[in-house]
Write a protein that binds this ligand. Structure first.
Ligand code: G6Q
Length: 541
């Protein structure tokens, strides 16, 4: 595939950028009074207003041309066909198969995977129903009231985010908690007020070898066995979600209580696989099917909408525009929904692990900026802290503001107040406050320079009817395919994570050096050696 910088569109965008870089949003809106109605796109129940971006119709045309020249449609189709587009791991990338309807065929190595996906979904639904109805009992015959997902990274962030997001759809008589960190405080906090006899652990790990998860799983097993005074309790208090039958069996879990997935589902793309078991128990199988339908609706939009009206393609291209032409280093994602508190953290992994890459698909240095830093907090909280820098700082920070037309809470007035902030922030970021406006408002002259907001700060506003399972699925799939679009433009592998693998290996080498009773023979650099020695001394070794 062509390097992006070798395409005609990239060259054209470079000279176009020189022409438009100083253009003000004020001017663009003044020149085209209908801009706010035309620079929009809709799909899968989501409305995207991208009019407050520093683009003209020509920019949009060139960006779409870039997507074409970089082969976004072809690579998208290759992904949906099950081709091994994760080339460094020689794997298909088929999270889209997780929500494919029955009857659709998606083949990996000649085998249709869709029936297997539905087989697992049915097994999950059967189990979820049994837990929710109280039919599945703990070892002492008590009903399960607490579900704890033990997993980290892709086996944690999605389930936790989805649980928070869909709280209003959950069974409120049950507690759902998430243990990820190897810091023992995480497990202790999650269980301190719970009765082991009423607690079910879902051990979620694709590999079933991840240090943090295996450590917390062992702690959980000890807690259950010690409290309930029987090894047999494991059978009723532990289930596993994994691709590794052998390790699950070794842990003592009957594989009848294991929910499988496949190597063609990447960790950060797995919240709608069996990794979503805690989500399904929380919201019930029917709502989970709605979640999958939302994902699927966005998949269909991504595959069928023209590129210039395609939400993931547009948002992906806009990120490339700011990242590679304006030199923006970050993207802010601000959901105006308290229930989406963990959404920025979820997107952080999705995007930064996928597109934080320095070589292209041919193993050459990419020679340009790739994935931006993703960050954010829910609105309106962020407005009272870091928005200052977005409004008046020296850095360009494109932001996505996500809002919902209907509240899930009973208070309509509070929802109008919340949403007024979405619209006001997008307006203020785009148009700012001029010295003239300040003067007219009676601002004293000495304060004027400090109070001026230059504006011209770009935002996407994503408007959704209400935060339902369907809407959440569509939103997540929007960002999955947005990441895909960016990665395809940069010609990188968005589906491997060798940097994460490195971290997993490094700590294992140091553990014995921290635990050893005798002075270890440290062979690190002088800084690491000194830190380890100090830690050992303070720990009394
Ligand atoms: C995701 C990453 C990573 C992974 C965790 C957990 O894409 O690969 O975040 O999900 O390291 O791995 P396991 O599920 O194998 O425990």
């Amino acid at each position: 595939m062509a390097r992006p910088i070798d395409t005609a569109a990239w060259r054209a965008l470079q000279s176009h950028y020189e022409k438009v870089k100083g253009v003000e949003l004020r001017q663009l809106f003044a020149e085209d009074p209908r801009r706010g109605e035309t620079f929009i796109a809709e799909g899968a129940g989501l409305y995207l207003d991208f009019s407050k971006n520093r683009i003209t119709a020509e920019t949009l045309g060139l960006l779409v041309q870039l997507a074409q020249e970089c082969g976004v449609p072809e690579r998208r189709d290759a992904m949906f066909r099950g081709e091994k587009i994760n080339i460094t791991e020689q794997r298909a990338v088929l999270h889209v198969a997780l929500r494919a309807p029955k009857g659709v065929q998606i083949k990996v190595d000649g085998r249709d995977v869709v029936p297997e996906v539905h087989g697992v979904l049915e097994k999950m639904a059967g189990f979820s129903d049994r837990v929710r109805s109280g039919e599945w009992k703990g070892h002492t015959g008590q009903r399960i009231r607490n579900v704890i997902n033990v997993g980290i990274g892709g086996s944690y962030l999605g389930p936790e985010m989805a649980y928070d997001a869909l709280r209003t759809f959950t069974d409120r008589s049950m507690n759902f908690r998430f243990v990820a960190n190897v810091d023992g405080a995480a497990f202790a906090e999650a269980t301190h007020d719970l009765n082991a006899a009423e607690t079910l652990f879902i051990l979620s790990s694709k590999t079933f070898t991840t240090l943090e998860t295996m450590t917390n799983a062992a702690t959980a097993r000890r807690w259950v066995v010690d409290t309930l005074k029987s090894d047999a309790a494991i059978a009723k208090h532990f289930v596993a979600v994994s691709t590794n039958d052998a390790e699950v069996r070794k842990f003592g879990i009957d594989t009848a209580n294991m929910f499988g997935f496949w190597d063609w589902v990447g960790g950060r793309y797995s919240m709608d696989s069996a990794i979503g078991l805690s989500t399904m128990i929380a919201i019930g199988p029917q709502n989970y099917r709605e979640l999958l339908a939302g994902f699927r609706a966005m998949d269909e939009h991504f595959c069928s909408a023209p590129l210039a009206k395609n939400l993931p393609v547009l948002t992906g291209l806009l990120t490339v525009w700011y990242n590679n032409f304006f030199g923006a280093q970050t993207v802010g994602v601000m959901p105006y929904s308290d229930n989406l508190r963990r959404f920025p953290a979820y997107l952080q992994q999705l995007q930064m692990e996928s597109n934080g890459k320095h070589v292209d698909l041919d193993g050459r240095k990419v020679g340009m900026q790739t994935g931006p830093v993703i960050w954010g907090e829910p609105g309106t909280d962020g407005q009272h802290s870091f928005y200052q820098l977005i409004h008046q700082g020296t850095k360009l920070i494109p932001c996505d503001l996500i809002g919902f037309c209907h509240a899930l809470s009973p208070s309509k007035e509070q929802h109008d107040l919340l949403m007024s902030n979405v619209f006001a922030q997008a307006e203020a970021l785009a148009f700012g406050k001029t010295p003239q406006e300040l003067k007219a408002e009676g601002s004293p002259d000495f304060q004027t320079p400090f109070r001026v907001c230059e504006g011209n700060r770009p935002t996407n506003v994503i408007l959704v009817d209400r935060l339902t399972p369907h809407a959440l699925g569509a939103l997540v799939a929007l960002y999955e395919h947005n990441v895909f679009t960016q990665g395809t433009i940069w010609n990188i592998d968005s589906f491997d994570q060798w940097g994460v693998e490195l971290g997993k290996v490094l700590a294992k080498r140091i553990i014995p050096e921290l635990e050893s009773q005798s002075e270890p023979d440290l062979r690190h650099d002088s800084s690491t050696n000194a830190l380890i020695k100090r830690y050992r001394r303070l720990r009394g070794h």
